[in-house]
Design a protein around this ligand. Structure first.
Ligand SMILES: [Zn+2]
Length: 167
């Protein structure tokens, strides 16, 4: 299936609370679209590790991640733990790829979810995977990285970010 258009900042669908998955079979095409769309984004932008279904216009609680060679299909993910210990990072988003946001995330998280077959699972992560999970689960609750921008000079265009912080 071809990659879908990624919903951009300003489209009200990004502010819809995603609804739980009830039919595992019906959600399979969504997972395929998320995978294809992630691959296409990475091909055209050179980065990208995770996407939520709402970002292709389907507000159901599904997240798809490819991280360090492992793919994760997370249906109805729910937090079990978010550490009080935080770290700060420049975050970005497929829905506003030209903008970086300086924000805070929990260092360590644990969540439970259903996989693509409907089997319950649990996932614990710290560091880069942890912040990625927090970014994607936020989408399911209509929260965007810009909503979490720390006070001060916390928004940066990608052009300026590359000039200042990368390489
Ligand atoms: Zn995002």
């Amino acid at each position: 299936m071809p990659a879908k258009r990624i919903i951009q900042l300003g489209d009200p669908v990004l502010r819809e609370i995603s609804t739980p998955v009830v039919d595992i079979v019906a959600v399979q095409p969504v997972l395929t679209d998320l995978r294809d769309t992630l691959h296409e984004f990475r091909r055209t932008h050179g980065f990208g590790r995770g996407i939520s279904a709402v970002q292709i216009g389907v507000p159901v609680r599904v997240v798809y991640i490819e991280f360090e060679g492992t793919s994760y299909s997370l249906l109805n993910p729910e937090w079990e733990f978010l550490s009080d210990q935080k770290f700060r990072l420049w975050d970005d988003c497929f829905s506003f790829p030209g903008l970086l946001v300086w924000l805070e995330r929990s260092e360590t998280v644990r969540l439970r979810y259903l996989d693509e077959t409907g089997t319950p699972g649990s996932l614990e992560a710290s560091g880069a995977l942890s912040e990625l999970l927090q970014h994607e689960l936020d989408h399911l609750d209509a929260i965007l990285a810009i909503d979490r921008a720390l006070p001060g000079n916390s928004l940066c265009t990608r052009e300026e970010w590359q000039r200042r912080y990368s390489g």
